[in-house]
Design a protein around this ligand. Structure first.
Ligand SMILES: NC(=O)c1ccc[n+]([C@@H]2O[C@H](COP(=O)([O-])OP(=O)(O)OC[C@H]3O[C@@H](n4cnc5c(N)ncnc54)[C@H](OP(=O)(O)O)[C@@H]3O)[C@@H](O)[C@H]2O)c1
Length: 270
């Protein structure tokens, strides 16, 4: 039985992954912000003591530290962390740390929380860190605005945030020899992700959704397999939803990886 931390596990794709872990007899710890959604998620899993939920705010450095404290108070080891937290907003807004929440929730909290939980992960035989994100084309990504992204421009800046997950996977694969680290494209799925999105995106999704949406099961497939299976190389990217066999090694410019890691370390102290 594996113990899997599912960050963003009270909703959408993370919750679907948790459902599959429970069906395969594993144990899950769900993290999310909304306690009501957390309780509903637990009730829907019907997993008794094999599932628990912690309400946390991962958008700030202090929130992540508090989350790590709560998690470690209940569990001293994990086999896997699945990061499925996300917000989608195009507005200019800032967290208490002066960062944009698209950056802090869709990348930085993943780095920070994993770093704080490394000792707990290292106790597993083959620890793994799996990060859910959207598709990116690494060659075109511009890191000039990283990490403040000020003023925030979603169209120009989203890929640098998303690609930071790839850089972290590459870093983990290089620095933690027993780890598997992967990044998975979510595809397009009807979840709560559009709740902060602009009206035209919601309207577009309403019209095009029935033609373009994947099922949540298909979207969760690769993260579930990556969290449970050992037959993949560290630093792998799954760009095609629902097909675990179609994957590519993450190969990035090493100096950019070092820059992203140095900035992440400076921001969080972890
Ligand atoms: N659905 C898509 O079409 C799509 C496309 C591309 C990428 N993705 C990515 O896939 C991942 C999963 O998203 P989803 O579609 O399953 O959306 P979702 O249902 O909205 O799930 C997002 C999760 O992130 C959590 N979260 C957001 N802000 C948080 C915070 N400050 N602190 C703690 N938890 C926070 C949410 O918790 P609360 O609900 O409690 O706030 C929720 O559990 C995200 O990284 C998303 O960017 C999704």
């Amino acid at each position: 039985m594996k113990t899997i931390l599912v960050s963003g596990g009270n909703s959408g794709i993370g919750l679907q992954a948790a459902r599959e872990f429970i069906a395969r007899s594993h144990r899950v710890v769900l993290l999310g912000r909304d306690p009501r959604k957390g309780e509903e998620a637990l009730a829907s899993l019907k997993a008794g003591e094999r599932a628990s939920f912690l309400s946390v705010d991962l958008s700030t450095h202090d929130g992540v530290r508090e989350a790590a404290r709560k998690v470690l108070a209940e569990h001293d080891s994990f086999d896997a962390i699945l990061h499925s937290t996300g917000v989608l907003t195009m507005q200019e807004m800032r967290t208490a740390d002066g960062l944009h929440p698209f950056f802090s929730v869709n990348y930085l909290c993943r780095y920070h929380l994993t770093q704080l939980l490394l000792p707990a992960l290292r106790k597993a035989e083959r620890p793994r860190v799996v990060m859910m994100t959207a598709a990116v084309a690494p060659a075109d990504v511009d890191y000039q605005a990283f990490p403040e992204f000020k003023p925030f421009n979603f169209a120009r800046m989203r890929e640098a945030v998303q690609l930071s997950n790839h850089h972290y996977a590459a870093h983990l694969a290089r620095t933690e020899p027993d780890f598997l680290a992967g990044v998975v494209n979510a595809g397009a799925v009807k979840t709560d992700i559009l709740r902060m999105a602009p009206w035209f995106m919601k309207a577009g999704a309403k019209v095009a959704g029935p033609f373009i949406y994947d099922s949540v099961e298909k979207s969760a497939h690769n993260v579930v397999e990556a969290s449970l299976r050992d037959d993949w190389q560290p630093a792998t990217y799954w760009g095609k939803t629902g097909d675990f066999g179609r994957r590519t090694p993450i190969r990035l410019d090493d100096s950019t990886t070092q820059h992203v890691m140095a900035v992440s370390r400076d921001l969080t102290g972890a």
